[in-house]
Ligand binder design. Structure first.
Ligand code: DC
Length: 226
């Protein structure tokens, strides 16, 4: 049986980039749970549903299909929205819908179903504390707001996504950090058994290597058991 790896942390700390690299290295599947909250937010914005109307958002979710492909594609009701969900407006909207308790239960149930077979590297805010409490490896990844803003800015430029300047992004990141850590439902926090990694001054390779070394004892056991 393959293990699961949980990676939590604030926005733009590098979770997705690291999770993708690790998935390739291990032959595992990366599951970006933030993309599911972003899809929910995108559909609300498009259909005019208020981001704090829990009943309406939950009703909408019943009729909503979100598919994350192993290659990193994000499909909302069959449409490729991989780029659309990365817009700054949708980041803020996703933070709002993610505060709704029943929206979280719906998406958490979908994530748990997907990860049942093992072999997943799941990144988000509540993976180690709620979604995969039994994950063999739990990481809490952080970085300073400035380092994260700079990375997000460069990422936006590379992907050709319309972007604000670095200081505005840093301000939004601080606001989202506050919202994500202070919300009543599943606030962002480090699981007691998670290992914290501050990536501000680390390269991608160094972070991947660090997590790989933490996972190795479990991966070796996985091979012996197979
Ligand atoms: O990781 P991200 O920036 O793509 O996440 C978008 C929003 O969704 C962010 O404000 C936090 C929220 N989120 C969450 O509450 N729980 C998760 N497991 C993943 C994301």
């Amino acid at each position: 049986m393959k293990i699961n790896i949980a990676i939590d942390g604030p926005s733009a700390a590098g979770k997705s980039t690291i999770a993708k690299r690790l998935a390739t290295l291990l032959g595992y599947v990366h599951l970006d749970t933030g993309a599911m909250y972003r899809c929910t937010a995108l559909k609300c914005v498009r259909t005019g549903i208020a981001l704090d109307d829990e009943d309406a958002v939950c009703e909408m979710l019943k009729e909503t299909e979100i598919v994350l492909t192993p290659e990193g594609g994000v499909y909302l009701d069959g449409e490729d929205v991989s780029l659309a969900i990365r817009a700054d407006e949708i980041s803020m909207a996703a933070s709002k819908v993610s505060a709704l308790k029943r929206v979280r239960s719906d998406l958490v149930a979908r994530q748990q179903e997907m990860a049942k077979a093992g072999g997943f590297i799941m990144d988000g805010r509540d993976i180690g504390t709620v979604v995969l409490k039994d994950a063999e490896v739990k990481i809490f990844m952080t970085a300073s707001a400035e380092a994260r803003a700079e990375r997000r800015y460069r990422q936006n430029l590379e992907k050709g996504i319309e972007t604000s300047d670095i200081e505005t992004i840093a301000e939004e990141i601080r606001q989202r950090d506050y919202d994500d850590t202070h919300r009543a439902n599943s606030p962002l926090r480090k699981a007691d058994d998670a290992v914290e990694i501050d990536t501000s001054y680390m390269t991608i390779e160094e972070v991947v290597e660090k997590i790989h070394s933490l996972a190795l004892p479990f991966l070796e056991k996985e091979e012996t058991d197979a």
